[in-house]
Design a protein around this ligand. Structure first.
Ligand code: FPP
Length: 250
């Protein structure tokens, strides 16, 4: 395996540098228990807290979780309202969890669509955990990969216009340079994407960044996901031969 950090746990597993998760199944988890969907999201937040701690302890360097997509605004007003309420409450809790595990928090996505107090909360939690030196927990909120790429193009173009870049200079733009305009600037690409609740979809998540990422899909619903399931995903990842478009090494 290549491109994996040098952390091996005490059971001989190589721990991926960057794990990304598409958390799914909160609604179904609640419905199966005859509970409102919001209860599934609440339980999902508790699972998230545990998994942040587990990943930090395992030595994962980046954990990126899809919390709310640019498409999620299409849900009922009641559900979006409940999610925003939970997000407000959860942001405060996240700082506590992060500080407990020496975790730095970072949000990716288009923040201006959130209410002003939520935007301020995001800035605050990034600042309050900036000096932590362990894992970085990245929360993707109002995130969509296509939106991220278009925003990056706008940013690059505006800068190019303002600085009077020549056509030749624009032609010289590299993939690496372009990646610096994405929300994930400075982060390594994910090694492993885990999707819970059994759907085989990317759902507009880290499209650019996951060009060579390994996917692991589990039928387990997010609120039921736990350390044992996380280790299963890492074990499966350890069995993959990563070639990054090259040939298998003999
Ligand atoms: C996926 O389950 C879950 C979500 C789209 C929301 C996740 C929200 C949190 C963890 C709370 C934090 C809040 C914010 C706004 C960041 P689903 O509802 O799609 O489940 P289903 O497929 O079973 O319906």
């Amino acid at each position: 395996m290549e491109n994996v950090n040098d952390i091996i746990d005490n059971e001989g597993r190589s721990i991926p540098d960057h794990i990304a998760i598409i958390l799914d199944g909160n609604g179904r988890w609640a419905q199966r228990r005859g509970l409102p969907r919001a209860m599934g999201h609440k339980q999902g937040c508790e699972t998230l807290e545990t998994i942040i701690g587990d990943c930090a302890k395992l030595g994962v360097k980046y954990l990126t979780v899809y919390g709310f997509s640019t498409e999620n605004w299409k849900r009922s007003e009641e559900e979006v309202g409940a999610l925003m309420k939970l997000f407000r409450f959860y942001m405060v809790k996240l700082v506590k969890v992060a500080n407990e595990h020496n975790v730095r928090l970072r949000m990716i996505g288009e923040k201006s669509r959130f209410a002003p107090d939520i935007q301020e909360g995001i800035t605050r939690l990034e600042n309050e955990t900036r000096d932590n030196t362990g894992m970085t927990f990245v929360f993707a909120v109002n995130y969509g990969s296509r939106d991220e790429i278009v925003r990056a193009i706008r940013k690059y173009t505006i800068e190019a216009l303002k600085s009077g870049k020549s056509e030749e200079e624009i032609e010289a733009l590299t993939e690496q340079e372009f990646a610096g305009y994405l929300d994930t600037a400075g982060m390594p690409d994910p090694d492993l994407v885990i999707r819970t609740s059994g759907e085989f979809r990317i759902s507009n998540y880290l499209l650019w960044q996951s060009a060579y990422t390994e996917y692991y899909i589990t039928p387990v619903l997010w609120p039921d996901f736990n350390k044992a399931e996380l280790l299963k995903a890492i074990d499966d990842f350890n069995g993959r031969e990563r070639r990054f478009g090259g040939r298998l090494k003999k």
